[in-house]
Design a protein around this ligand. Structure first.
Ligand code: GCO
Ligand code: CA
Length: 258
């Protein structure tokens, strides 16, 4: 007899939208929320890329719908939620995961690249959070999980726009708590450390950087995307009903140890 899921961590009957979930951290988090019982809405800009991923996730037994939209486009975000409304879908859980990286010294950085990182890594979380909150507030409940980074706390040369946006995610999360906690919404964040993702391919394959991560992280290794699932399920579930405005760092201890 399989052990019964602890109701505190059970997402059965809940619907979760994970932005940027066609790959990397977003896909791992989506599948993990599905494993905890949630119905999934997967998102990416490119419908063509999203379709096969949704099929694969469906193949492992999850209830998945595809919502291709550009998280940086206010009208597109609004239209996506109007579609959910028209289909009677109440989105209970939002994971603002979509993000890009751009590595370049600031003196060489184009303003357009700075803006693109801000739009995708920070403003999108505001746009999606706001449109979701407008629907969660009347329901008196909702879960918002913003994906920050260990760079919500600490910088590194050549990734300043990314760190600035992720720092903003930390305060956006607190701002969401400030305005929406009284409506039964919990808004919290997860700060991944150095994870084995496509975004970090260039770093993983650089022997010097790889050695630095393994030396700098107390865990002595890179993180796996699925190692974010525990924190995501916790923050998406009734278990975190009285947790608001917090960041949980999943970084192998890197932020805590010099
Ligand atoms: C980098 C990396 C980092 C981390 C990311 C994960 O170039 O230093 O991309 O930014 O991997 O912060 O949260
Ligand atoms: Ca699964």
């Amino acid at each position: 007899m399989p052990a019964k899921a602890n109701p505190l961590f059970d997402l059965t009957g809940r619907t979760a939208l994970v932005t940027g979930s066609s790959r990397g951290l977003g896909r791992a988090i989506a599948e993990g929320l599905g494993d905890a019982g949630a119905k999934l809405i997967v998102n990416g800009r490119d419908a063509g890329k999203l379709k096969p991923v949704a099929e694969e996730i469906r193949g492992s037994g999850h209830d998945v719908i595809e919502a291709p939209f550009d998280v940086t486009d206010e009208a597109g975000v609004e239209a996506a939620f109007e579609r959910f409304d028209s289909e009677g879908i109440a989105v209970d859980i939002i994971v603002n995961n979509a993000g890009i990286q751009h590595r370049e010294p600031m003196v060489e950085l184009k303003l357009s690249d700075w803006q693109r990182v801000m739009d995708t890594n920070l403003t999108a979380a505001f746009l999606v959070g706001r449109v979701a909150a407008r629907r969660m507030i009347p329901r008196g409940e909702g879960k918002i999980v913003n994906i920050g980074s260990l760079m919500s706390e600490i910088g590194r040369a050549t990734v300043v726009p990314y760190a600035v946006a992720k720092g903003g995610i930390k305060l956006l999360t607190k701002g969401m708590a400030a305005e929406w906690a009284r409506h039964g919404i919990q808004a919290n964040g997860i700060g991944p450390g150095y994870m084995l993702t496509e975004m970090n391919e260039a770093l993983v394959s650089d022997p010097k950087f790889d050695a630095w991560v393994k030396g700098r992280a107390p865990a002595g290794r890179w993180g796996e995307p699925k190692e974010l699932v525990g924190a995501a399920v916790f923050l998406a579930s009734p278990a975190s009903a009285y947790v608001n405005g917090q960041m949980i760092y999943v970084d192998g201890g890197m932020l805590s140890v010099l």
